[in-house]
Write a new protein. Structure first.
Length: 278
């Protein structure tokens, strides 16, 4: 009477067992959002996920320092040629005015205009000459450094010595030629005969230009101290000739100086070719 009864009641088809979670294991209900547009998410920092908008970098100059200085050298020589040509025209106008003034009086304002034009042209030519001299000196330094670097050597001349030989007036008549000849000897890839011929022509022309410039300066100084109209006209004529010749030389040198170190030795082409016959 005290023991458990038979389990027949639990196996009855009228009884169904249902498993339920304990109350503490039942998850809370999710809040139901009302209909309508949802708020836009905002970030207190810049998200690092997703696609990145990388700015396209501008095309960088891929040229070497030697190529940049070569282009600057060509531009400087063309600028110098233009400035010297303008100076020649200004001095020519002043010369014509002095010649006319020998027999016919000229207005004072015209005399003042031509004088101002001559001074302005002279200063412009001087500035262009200084700028071109700096570029030529830098180009000479990099050319020599590249030539000696082909043999894993350093330039035996310090930079101050190269600047002294290449930039000092009258000294650079022989100094610039010496520096370029030394650089050409180190270039085994150049046609030495053609390179020396080109450098010789440029050096001879440079020496003639310097002689004309010295004569023009001396004649101009003598004319300024004499006070004579005829002597002043002669001084202006010398300056006109020197400026015109210098402009032509600068224009000619712009295409010759960089090309002097570009005469690469070409492989000889055989005069007879052998063709295999099947």
């Amino acid at each position: 009477m005290g023991g458990p009864r038979s389990g027949r009641l639990y196996r009855s088809r009228h009884v169904r067992w249902i498993a339920r979670r304990p109350p503490e294991a039942i998850p809370a209900r999710r809040p139901v959002f009302a209909g309508g547009p949802r708020p836009i998410p905002r970030y207190v920092y810049i998200p690092q996920w997703g696609l990145r908008d990388t700015a396209v970098e501008a095309d960088r100059d891929q040229r070497t320092r030697k190529e940049i200085l070569t282009a600057a050298l060509t531009q400087a020589l063309h600028l110098l040629a233009g400035a010297l040509g303008f100076a020649a025209i200004a001095h020519l106008a002043r010369y014509v005015l002095l010649v006319v003034n020998r027999s016919t009086p000229v207005p004072g304002w015209l005399d003042g205009v031509t004088w101002v034009l001559v001074v302005f042209a002279g200063l412009l030519a001087l500035g262009a000459y200084v700028y071109t001299t700096v570029i030529v000196t830098r180009w000479t330094i990099i050319t020599r450094s590249e030539a000696y670097g082909r043999h894993h050597l350093r330039d035996p001349r310090p930079r101050w010595q190269i600047a002294l030989l290449a930039a000092t007036p009258l000294v650079n008549v022989m100094g610039a030629a010496l520096l370029l000849y030394e650089a050409a000897v180190q270039r085994d890839d150049l046609d030495q005969v053609r390179t020396r011929r080109r450098l010789t022509r440029m050096c001879v022309a440079w020496a003639i230009i310097n002689v004309l410039a010295v004569l023009a300066v001396v004649t101009r100084l003598v004319a300024a101290m004499s006070g004579s109209i005829q002597t002043g006209a002669n001084g202006l004529a010398a300056v006109v000739i020197s400026s015109a010749c210098s402009a032509v030389f600068a224009r000619w040198l712009a295409g010759r100086l960089p090309a002097a170190f570009g005469a690469v030795v070409e492989d000889p082409v055989p005069s007879r070719r052998w063709v295999a016959v099947a």
